[in-house]
Design a protein around this ligand. Structure first.
Ligand code: RP5
Length: 163
């Protein structure tokens, strides 16, 4: 089978209220030169939109899907059930349980349908973008170089002496 070039990342989230977290994933992907598309898709409020998105994701040239969701966070698992494209779940920090509900809902997938789960909140959104970029970099030497340079500059920014 011919390998698809220039695969994109999809960033999806259950609600507008998730965007303040998920925009950090956008920022990191922009930094690394990775193409992406962002959409609000709710498993329970817009189930048809979710189904249509997941079933057409391969045809639309997505190589990784980052899904942010909070509370009873079934979006990443449902998307993973509908497509074999890798799904990375970002547990959004919920008001009542500080995101523990989101984390457990996303991480505790029963065997058979995996979701790669990141940390709760902003760290998770940033790391999801880095991990998605690593996956895309497997077939994209420009992204691989950008990712290596980003890591190098992170290493260089760590001072030996605290002030
Ligand atoms: C989830 O419910 C969303 O991912 C969001 O984190 C949470 C709360 O949504 P809103 O009530 O703020 O729209 O579906």
């Amino acid at each position: 089978m011919k390998k698809k070039k220039n695969l994109k990342v999809a960033i999806i989230m259950g609600s507008q209220s998730d965007y303040k977290t998920m925009k950090l994933a956008e920022k990191m992907l922009k930094n690394l030169g990775v193409s992406f598309k962002t959409q609000i898709i709710s498993a329970h409020r817009t189930p048809k939109r979710m189904y249509d998105f997941a079933r057409s994701a391969k045809k639309n040239n997505f190589g990784v899907i980052i899904a942010g969701a909070g509370g009873s966070a079934h979006l990443p698992g449902m998307i993973s059930a509908l497509t074999s494209i890798p799904v990375l779940g970002v547990p959004i920090e919920s008001k009542k349980l500080k995101g523990l509900d989101s984390l457990l809902s996303i991480a505790q997938m029963p065997k058979g349908i995996p979701v790669g789960t990141l940390a709760i909140g902003e760290d998770g959104a940033i790391n999801a973008a880095l991990l998605a970029s690593s996956i895309i970099a497997n077939n994209n030497s420009k992204i691989k170089r950008n990712l290596e340079n980003w890591r190098l500059s992170q290493t260089r920014s760590v001072k030996k002496k605290p002030k």
